[in-house]
Write a protein that binds this ligand. Structure first.
Ligand code: ATP
Ligand code: MG
Length: 502
């Protein structure tokens, strides 16, 4: 068969006319530059913000910058495996992490992959790590306490489920200790916990997980770990990954507690990324949107109303200050986003007042609505009394001649401070807190040496549990201290004191 040349030409023309290209050229790009966990990619014109990208050698990346002729991506794997000219594929999905009960008891990295050596996580669902926070209409104000088991917090700075309470202080002031005690105290209280470690030492995270296991707290906890050894991109997404896991439970109607330890290091990781992505630096070299970074994270913690399942996420972000400066850039930002702060002081910590909570600078703006009535009743004057005490204490350093009423206030203040001391892993139930604070307020300990206070209270609790268990049960059931029970308690405490003194 012969074909004439003009036929060939028309055939080719026909084919060209009907040619429709099936390959989306926008779906693959090439690496232009790579380094420091950042890659600049050419040719991904249609890429979305936060979209997951696939680089060679199974390295994943996420789109962070949409420039005119390239996209800037952060890498979640070893960037030394990637070279200029490598092919990058789009996935058309934003970054997602596994969610659900399979994550309980597990330690995962910022992408939700297990790093505890316990094998694969059999999850059934994933969720995108960025999401719009629940709107005002779906929310409800806090009404159930989140018990920390720490006397100073539950009495003076109570936290409600769905609240965002900042833990702030210098390094080594017991910030993590408060968070861990709180997680351990959720045992049997139907609260699931997520602990997000950002930029910490690997060894601290390992120790912490051991402690949680020891106290049987891992069964209801997930640890998301992006340690200092990991790339800034992983540290950056870790808290979002954590809150995404928490959200899944919240939407199922569960109460969840999430700890971000800590957001100062998170801000630093974000600053690193931003500078590498050539975003213009602002105050303290942080990019202009660093406030948005934390607000869009913390806004996702809330209490949902009944119609939306009634679940909650309580967030305890941690911020490390430098030399107690809570007016620095990142601390002021996070203070303004949260519903209050627990301020820890180095001087108090070093003087042996642990937890080193500064009652004057600490506040919980919404939590008292959720506080148990009995705790509230006995501790309402606590903050003022301590403020008075601290004021007089500073003043008393100069004069030796003090009148009796001043001496009384000083002594009572010292006793109160002693009552608020509490070791780690030594939680108190709200009934015990009520009784201990009530005892202090009865002033039966004001003539004791401060060193005796804890021994006295310990003995008292043992004796009350033995002889007055009905009263204690009653407080536990009703959450209030009735006049009747108050009278019985007063009697019993006074009797115990008499026996103790003799
Ligand atoms: P970093 O800044 O290093 O993260 P941090 O503020 O988180 O420190 P922690 O690690 O919680 O502080 O505590 C510092 C040290 O103080 C630890 O050795 C811890 O065991 C001890 N500590 C914390 N709270 C108490 C407490 N209530 N009683 C006794 N020791 C405590
Ligand atoms: Mg810590």
């Amino acid at each position: 068969m012969t074909i004439k040349s003009n036929e060939i030409a028309s055939l080719i023309k026909e084919q060209i006319k009907n040619y429709s290209h099936k390959v989306e050229t926008n779906d693959v790009g090439t690496v232009v530059t790579v380094g420091d966990g950042i890659a600049s990619v050419y040719g991904l014109d249609k890429a979305m913000l936060s979209e997951l990208l696939i680089f060679p050698h199974d390295v994943y990346g996420m789109v962070m910058n949409l420039n005119e002729d390239s996209v800037g991506a952060i890498l979640f794997g070893n960037d030394s495996l990637i070279e200029e000219g490598d092919i990058v594929k789009r996935t058309h999905k934003v970054v997602e992490v596994p969610v659900g009960d399979a994550l309980l008891g597990r330690v995962v990295n910022a992408l939700g992959h297990p790093i505890d050596g316990l094998g694969e996580i059999k999850y059934e669902k994933t969720r995108p790590i960025e999401r719009i926070a629940p709107g005002v209409m779906t929310r409800k104000s806090v009404d159930t306490p989140l018990e920390t088991g720490i006397k100073a917090i539950d009495s003076m700075i109570p936290i409600g489920r769905g609240q965002r309470e900042l833990i702030i202080g210098d390094r080594q002031t017991g910030k993590t200790a408060i968070a861990i005690d709180t997680i351990i105290n959720q045992k049997g209280k139907d609260v699931l916990c997520v602990y997000v470690a950002i930029g910490q030492k690997n060894s601290s995270v390992v120790q912490l997980v051991e402690k949680l296991k020891e106290h049987d707290a891992m069964s209801y906890t997930t640890v998301v770990s992006a340690t200092a050894a990991e790339l800034a991109p992983l540290q950056y997404i870790a808290p979002y990954a954590g809150v995404t896991m928490a959200e899944e439970w919240m939407e199922k109607g569960k109460d969840v507690l999430i700890v971000y330890d800590d957001l100062s290091k998170h801000a630093v990781a974000y600053r690193t990324l931003s500078l590498l992505l050539k975003r213009s630096p602002g105050r303290e070299a942080y990019p202009g949107d660093v406030f948005y970074l934390h607000s869009r994270l913390l806004e996702r913690a809330c209490r949902l109303s009944k119609e939306y399942g009634g679940g909650s996420i309580t967030a305890l972000p941690i911020i490390e200050t430098q030399a107690g400066d809570i007016t620095a850039y990142i601390p002021t930002n996070v203070i303004s986003i949260t519903d209050g702060q627990i301020f820890l002081q180095t001087e108090l910590f070093n003087s042996g007042q642990r937890p080193a909570i500064d009652s004057g600078l600490s506040v919980s703006r919404v939590g008292s609505a959720a506080q148990f009535k009995c705790v509230k009743a006995v501790s309402k004057s606590l903050k003022i009394e301590l403020a008075n005490f601290h004021e007089l204490q500073a003043f008393a350093q100069f004069g030796s001649d003090l009148d009796d009423s001043t001496k009384k206030i000083l002594k009572h203040g010292a006793i109160l401070m002693e009552v608020l001391k509490q070791k780690q892993y030594d939680a108190r139930t709200f009934v015990e807190q009520t009784i201990e604070i009530y005892t202090a307020q009865l002033r039966v300990m004001d003539d004791l040496e401060t060193s005796e206070v804890n021994k006295f209270l310990e003995g008292l609790m043992v004796s009350l549990k033995k002889d007055y268990s009905k009263v204690l049960d009653d407080i536990y059931e009703t959450k209030i201290l009735s006049k009747e029970n108050e009278d019985i308690l007063t009697e019993a405490i006074k009797k115990y004191k008499e026996a103790y003194s003799n």
